[in-house]
Design a protein around this ligand. Structure first.
Ligand code: NAD
Length: 501
């Protein structure tokens, strides 16, 4: 590890604090939690552990800012300029951001760089969308005109996971702010480091004080307090399906607006007529990029029997060549998993897989990485659909390959989990690809492609993978109320009650 120590980023903050009403602050009770470096598993910093009292202060600041109207009533063009400035600054600080993100999450540096670019793009996209936004008007000639008033809702509670934290935060922050809401962000406790950058960036870009607030802490404490806060009318959550279920129940008494982006176990279906090389390359990237800690990972590969053996051989050989290394190293393709707890979970699935299927690549720690959360890209073949490694989200560099004989069987296998986030279909048969896309139970389908997303499209899952969609106009809808205004243009039409004789 000596070789690694030199790669700790310079100028790390002394501690991680909340950011409330324009100031960095500790928790009111002074409580903190430990944050660890995923390469050494040593604590490198302490973060403020927010409790209900801290969430109360943040929500009060956000509510005041909303009521003041400087941001909530600003013209779309004014908000758009600030959002573009935010995007500019995120781009300018891309190198620093990637350095911090890689250090905190264990993601390979090259992939952390693209996450920073995507975060900037999210702000630019909503900056443009908000000025181009138009709302419906409906006319009944001579009788009635109707139009829609779109209004920000108030304080949005944003709860985010630890995989690609900065990018996923941008995904919620950009539309919530673009539409004029105030926000309280609660980032994941495994990876709190990069969230503080937002405070500096927003201040520099001219976002009014109190519009953005950040409360760190444990999910069951800070997150829970945000979900149950009566003055937070909407919660956008990304995380595990089981956490989503709990949040749903906790928000029910308040009838909050909820957006749930949850877990996945997405299938990649490879038919015999597919471009095999493209399919192998894409499905390798699809499950091993971002350390496999990716909600849309194609973690089940279903392959038509006639090409099955060839596919498995090529896939296993290529998986063995995927380079595991230190996250800061620009050659690294798979870095360190985020946390020893998560490493334990992924490792236990690898051991389980050895009892459920045929191991054809990986299966443990890579040579030379005796400590830290490193795991080899691991491939299981002949995985039966009832196996737990077929059914359950592992969220690491582990893939299950299963053969099929007919299109019907492929569809049955694809739909045979509780999840329904994404699906990837590899075939050169035009009719089959579209019909399969229509039939597969997935919120998003890619045909002959890896996960490449146009920001205008809806993002979200079905079944246990989520409720509601964000992305493009769906985000604008989620973060706004649509008030219908009805104008009478003719006679007043109603029966007269209590008419004088
Ligand atoms: P998680 O559910 O453990 O935590 C997510 C966030 O919720 C964290 O900030 C956590 O502190 C908070 N939280 C936990 N318990 C809470 C509670 N009771 N009340 C309020 N907040 C609470 O998820 P994770 O392990 O951080 O992230 C990985 C999961 O996220 C995977 O299942 C992955 O598939 C999913 N994910 C989904 C998408 C998507 O868009 N569908 C994207 C990325 C990740």
């Amino acid at each position: 590890m000596a070789q690694y120590e030199t790669h700790i980023p310079l100028d790390l903050p002394a501690k991680i604090q909340h950011y409330i009403d324009g100031a960095f602050v500790d928790s009111r009770d002074g409580e903190t939690f430990e944050v660890i470096n995923p390469v050494t598993n040593e604590t490198y910093i302490h973060a403020a552990a927010g409790q209900a009292a801290d969430v109360d202060t943040a929500v009060a600041a956000a509510s005041r800012a909303f009521a003041a109207g400087t941001w909530s009533s600003a013209l779309p063009r004014v908000r758009s300029r600030v959002l573009h400035k935010i995007a500019d600054i995120v781009e300018e600080r891309g190198a620093r951001l990637a350095e911090l993100e890689t250090f905190d999450t264990g993601l390979p540096i090259t992939q952390a760089r693209s996450q920073g670019k995507r975060a900037a793009e999210n702000f630019r996209f909503f900056a443009d969308l908000i000025v181009a936004q138009h709302d419906h008007a409906f006319k009944v000639p001579g009788q009635q005109a109707n139009y829609v008033n779109r209004k920000p809702i108030g304080v949005a509670g944003l709860i985010t996971p630890w995989n690609t934290p900065f990018m996923l935060e941008s995904w919620k922050l950009a539309p919530a702010l673009a539409t004029g809401n105030s926000v309280v962000l609660k980032p994941a406790e495994f990876t709190p480091l990069s969230a503080g950058l937002w405070a500096e960036i927003f201040e520099e870009a001219g976002l009014p004080t109190g519009v953005f607030n950040l409360v760190h802490g444990i999910g069951e404490q800070a997150g829970d307090a945000l979900v149950k806060h009566p003055d937070v009318p909407l919660i956008s959550f990304t995380g595990e399906s089981s956490t989503g279920q709990l949040i749903f129940a906790n928000a029910a008494p308040h009838l909050k607006g909820l957006s749930m982006e949850l877990g996945g176990k997405s299938p990649a279906i490879v038919f015999a007529d597919a471009d095999l090389e493209a399919a192998v390359n894409a499905t390798i990237f699809g499950v091993f990029s971002l350390n496999g800690e990716r909600c849309t990972a194609g973690s089940r590969i279903l392959v038509e029997r006639s090409i099955y053996d060839e596919f498995v051989d090529r896939y296993a050989a290529q998986a063995k060549r995927v380079k595991v290394g230190f996250p800061h190293d620009s050659d690294t393709e798979v870095g360190a998993l985020v946390h020893p707890e998560h490493f334990g979970k992924v490792s236990s699935y690898v051991e389980l897989g050895k009892t459920e299927a045929r191991l054809v690549a990986g299966g443990g720690r890579p040579e030379g990485f005796e400590t830290g959360n490193f795991i080899q890209p691991t491939v299981f073949a002949d995985v039966p659909p009832q196996a737990r490694i077929f059914q359950e989200e592992i969220f690491g560099p582990v893939v299950a390959i299963t053969p099929f004989d007919t299109e019907e069987e492929a569809l049955e296998l694809a739909n045979n989990t509780k999840y329904g986030l994404a699906a990837y279909v590899w075939t050169n048969d035009l009719k089959r690809s579209h019909n399969f896309a229509q039939a597969v139970e997935a919120g998003m389908v890619w045909l002959n492609s890896n996960n490449v997303r146009d920001l205008r499209t809806p993002f979200g899952g079905v079944k246990a993978s989520g409720l509601g969609h964000e992305g493009g106009y769906r985000s604008i809808d989620f973060y706004t109320d649509q008030q219908a205004v009805h104008i009478n243009l003719g006679e007043v039409h109603n029966p007269v009650f209590g008419k004088a004789d």
